[in-house]
Ligand binder design. Structure first.
Ligand code: SF4
Length: 531
């Protein structure tokens, strides 16, 4: 039995038959820092779900990440019994072209489509798939191939790669850990919660398991920082989170990771406890002052974010534009309240009625979906695909751009905010007797020349006088904690500035699109993670 699992084909972020230039396969540059220009950190990611399925299904499997279309065809010609394609909704046309190619070149091969794309109504007929997997894919694939759906989870080696920071090309690997899938809160607009049946599906049951995986990754890659991905509400399982903290406290390991957490789940912990369990950044959905979601009831997000910042925890804060309550008169009140929370990163997505969510069902029932807008344009970062009573599509596009720009010019580049928050945390860490926090403070001390140089570089890179003033204030805030930028650090910054300026000039003339690298990963039937 041979299984091929593939993501959609590149190129991405271009206007063509299959894609749109605003549909960028990067978390930061797509939806957090796109309007921050050269300050926008650039990262590429594997298609996590495909690797999880391949590692946990006992057949020979090949995972193809970011192939070109000809590369996909070449792989297909090696002969596979099953081809699985994992995709998001905006890549629908790519999926369709791939399934058509499978049918033509390998008619006996069975086709499975999964990922959020699978929620598109009548997908099997539209793309000619044999099977459509909505929800957790490991059990689905195991059952389809004749194995029991239950499994002892093993974690593949997957992670994201930083490819450019402040205009400097690099390849820096950050291992990822998928501890759970989805979230049980059930917000009406949220694809992940409804995709997984309003459940927080646990893959790693204990904090000890997560800690052991971190230790394995440290041994293998020398990593002490990780991304917890797929788990949309890590703190929804407080016992597991506390056990992870206990492991870190006992070992003194300086592990740190980014994750997601709803305000009600975060409120069950003290900020120091969160830092001691290793959280150094967390995504919080604020949504809107005009729409009270249960998860935010009673939460003072401004105070919470400030308190987390004292312990070095950087917050990615997301708000929704174009709720029905929004009018041209009140929407800036909402955006300004968001900015008043002073997050490290901001997301301002349009309200997005995605197939499979109650919001989509309601909008369809109300006749508000603009069905003539193709799926390629159904992403939340240009124009909406539903009728809003007070905003036209073009007004919505301008509003979103202006919200991101106000965030950038008022609060400064996110990387500069990140450095200040990190420095504040290290000051708190150094005053404790907590082994993991002290270890992280010592590590920061050894690397502070790097952060100080980067901050100075950001000031040099600022072309707008107002922005330069904001970065200078952030630098002074940092210097009050870690000391003034010295001569050596300024020389490093000058070198970095030269490289960053050259990249910026190139990108202005040509393009800032960075296509992800194609990778092929083989998982034999008896695959096991190696230390
Ligand atoms: S809390 Fe966040 S992840 Fe959970 S359902 Fe709501 S929006 Fe989705």
């Amino acid at each position: 039995m041979r299984l091929l699992l593939s993501g959609p084909f590149k190129p991405f972020a271009v206007d063509d038959l299959y894609s749109r230039k605003e549909s960028i396969p990067e978390l930061f540059h797509n939806q957090l820092t796109h309007f921050q220009g050269i300050y926008s950190p650039r990262k590429h990611y594997p298609t996590y779900g495909l690797h999880l399925i391949a590692a946990n299904t006992p057949v020979d499997a090949t995972v193809l990440d970011w192939p070109t279309f000809p590369r996909f065809l070449r792989e297909l010609d090696r002969g596979y019994d099953y081809v699985g394609i994992g995709s998001i909704v905006p890549n629908f046309q790519k999926v369709k072209r791939m399934t058509e190619a499978v049918r033509r070149r390998s008619p006996q091969t069975k086709i499975v489509v999964g990922g959020f794309c699978a929620t598109i109504p009548n997908l099997a007929e539209l793309v000619g798939a044999d099977y459509v997997c909505v929800g957790e894919g490991i059990s689905f694939m195991r059952e389809l191939l004749g194995f029991p759906p239950e499994f002892d989870f093993v974690h593949p080696d997957v992670g994201d790669v930083s490819v450019q920071v402040l205009g400097i090309p690099m390849r820096s690997y950050l291992p990822s850990i998928v501890t759970s899938l989805g979230c049980n809160r059930g917000c009406d607009f949220c694809s992940p919660t409804h995709f997984f049946g309003r459940r927080h599906l646990t893959l790693m049951r204990t904090g000890r398991q997560i800690f052991d995986e971190m230790r394995r990754l440290e041994k293998k890659f020398g990593a002490t920082a990780f991304g917890l991905v797929g788990d949309d509400n890590f703190l929804a399982n407080p016992a597991r989170a506390r056990e992870l903290r206990d492991c870190l406290m006992a070992s003194g390991k300086p592990y740190a990771f980014g994750t997601c957490g709803s305000a009600d789940a975060i409120a069950k912990f003290e900020p120091r406890e969160l830092a001691e369990m290793g959280i150094d950044s967390i995504w919080i959905g604020r949504e809107s002052k005009f729409r009270p979601y249960h998860k935010n009831e009673g939460a003072d997000l401004k105070a919470l974010i400030a308190a987390l910042g004292e312990w070095g925890i950087r917050v990615i804060l997301s708000s929704i534009l174009l709720l029905d309550e929004h009018t041209p008169d009140n929407i800036w009140e909402d955006i300004d309240e968001h900015l008043g929370c002073r997050p490290t990163f901001s997301q301002f997505s349009h309200l997005s009625p995605a197939p499979g969510t109650p919001l989509w069902a309601q909008m369809e029932a109300d006749g508000r979906l603009l069905n003539s807008i193709p799926y390629e344009e159904c992403h939340a970062f240009k124009q909406p695909w539903f009728v809003h009573p007070r905003f036209s599509l073009l007004e919505a596009e301008r509003l979103q751009r202006d919200a991101y720009l106000r965030d950038f010019y008022t609060l400064g580049p996110s990387l500069a905010r990140l450095i200040v928050t990190t420095a504040r945390g290290m000051k708190s860490f150094a005053r404790t007797d907590s082994p993991p926090l002290l270890a992280r403070a010592r590590r920061f001390e050894r690397r502070k020349w790097f952060y100080k140089s980067a901050m100075y570089d950001m000031e040099l890179l600022a072309e707008d006088p107002g922005l330069r003033g904001v970065v200078r204030e952030l630098r002074e805030e940092m210097e009050a904690i870690v000391g003034p930028v010295n001569g050596f650090e300024k020389i490093v910054a000058a070198g970095a500035y030269t490289l960053g300026s050259a990249t910026r000039a190139y990108q202005r003339v040509f393009s800032d699109v960075l296509q992800p690298r194609t990778t092929v990963t083989h998982y034999p039937a008896d695959w096991k993670p190696r230390p």
